[in-house]
Design a protein around this ligand. Structure first.
Ligand code: SAH
Ligand code: SF4
Length: 351
């Protein structure tokens, strides 16, 4: 079985041509796939019956991920979906809306996409890391997360405006499927989202960052740093292995040079662990003059005993960075009450 959401537009053309149909039939599949959200090949009535039968016979299907659970936050701005995949694995995906930053009358609607079920990186403060690695998601299952929300939004006259690869898993550890999904989602004849509206967040796998820099894509990059030195970082990210803080920063600089896209360093603040003024100063020295942007994330509650620092401490940390001329923001928290916030996604305790 092959889900049609797996195919790049060029592959769709090859498929129909290979079956003896004219090239334009590919667009008759692609257009409804990305704008009408059919659930079955027979939901595309403009396709000749014979082509629908040929596709079905050759093992093609549509939409192998099915929504099994939906939770909406009290303010209605965060929605979490649990999608069941055909192999009985489940994945979580989250929509965050920001009505205050309207784009052409519509709220900003950002989808937080997962690339793996679980994660092998084992970050001690992250719920996904604590469930361990289960499996890589296929490109069609990454695309499906976006399609499910696109359909929900379309019914409200809204649309997907941004994607962040900050859900479950480490995108660079599932590189090929992630890139395939991005190519489909940004293709003019696919979902057609602007490359600049996508951000990939990585724990700092240098080989992946270097590879991404060569893709000729205008994707934003966020690197999860969490510590200005290697000793503390290895405690927080036990698998950091050969990727030192210095190597990661150099990779970020190279990425910026190659793509012109500014790199953001994410820093999850944990009380008594990496939130002291001394550490803020160490971080300032490390990033000074780099043109980097730092996004501070006061940690969200997970099963571990890490706590979020007080507001005063967070502001103090921010101030030290700002005083050193480092562009710094504090992440606005969304979806914590429905366990949809950063680092809270796990599927071994839901549904
Ligand atoms: N694996 C990638 C992307 C998914 S995690 C990465 O680590 O970057 C997305 C973001 O959530 C990362 O910046 C990560 O550090 C952050 N995060 C993980 N656990 C968190 C928690 N408990 N509270 C707040 N942020 C968390
Ligand atoms: Fe994996 Fe990112 Fe969680 Fe670390 S923070 S365990 S890399 S998902």
């Amino acid at each position: 079985m092959t889900d049609l959401y797996r195919l790049l537009p060029e592959e769709m053309e090859q498929l129909v041509i290979g079956m003896g149909y004219p090239r334009y039939r590919a667009d008759q599949i692609l257009l409804p796939l990305y704008y009408k959200f059919p659930k079955d090949i027979n939901d595309i009535p403009q396709l000749p019956k014979k082509l629908r039968a040929d596709l079905t016979e050759a093992g093609y299907t549509i939409g192998s991920a099915k929504e099994t659970h939906r939770v909406v936050s009290e303010d209605g701005e965060t929605t979490k979906l649990l999608l069941n995949l055909n192999d009985n694995n489940a994945v979580e995906t989250v929509l965050m809306q920001y009505p205050s930053s309207k784009i052409g009358g519509h709220p900003r609607s950002t989808i937080c996409v997962s690339t793996q079920i679980g994660c092998a990186m084992g970050c001690v403060f992250c719920a996904t890391g604590q469930m361990g690695f289960k499996t890589n998601l296929a490109a069609e299952h990454i695309v499906s997360q976006v399609i499910h929300f696109a359909e929900i939004l379309e019914k409200r006259g809204e649309h997907v405006t941004n994607l962040v690869f900050m859900g479950m898993g480490e995108p660079m550890a599932n590189y090929d499927e992630m890139i395939r999904a991005i190519r489909i989602l940004t293709h003019d004849r696919g979902f057609g989202l602007g490359q600049r509206h996508i951000t990939i967040s990585t724990i700092g796998i240098v080989s992946g960052i270097d590879k991404l820099a060569e893709e000729n894509l205008q994707i934003g990059l966020a690197i999860s740093l969490h510590s200005p030195n290697n000793t503390l970082r290895r405690e927080l990210v036990p698998t950091a292995g050969p990727n030192s803080v210095e190597d990661i920063i150099a990779a970020g600089r190279h990425y910026f040079k190659k793509t012109g896209r500014r790199v953001t360093f994410e820093y999850a603040l944990m009380e008594g662990i990496n939130d002291s003024p001394e550490i803020a100063q160490e971080l300032s020295r490390l990033l000074k003059g780099n043109g980097s942007h730092v996004n501070l994330i006061p940690i969200n509650p997970t099963a571990g005993d890490f706590r979020r620092p007080s507001k005063t401490r967070v502001l103090k940390f921010e101030q030290i960075l700002s005083n050193a001329g480092i562009n710094c923001t504090i992440r606005v928290e969304k979806g914590t009450e429905i366990s949809a916030a950063c680092g809270q996604l796990r599927t071994d305790i839901v549904g």
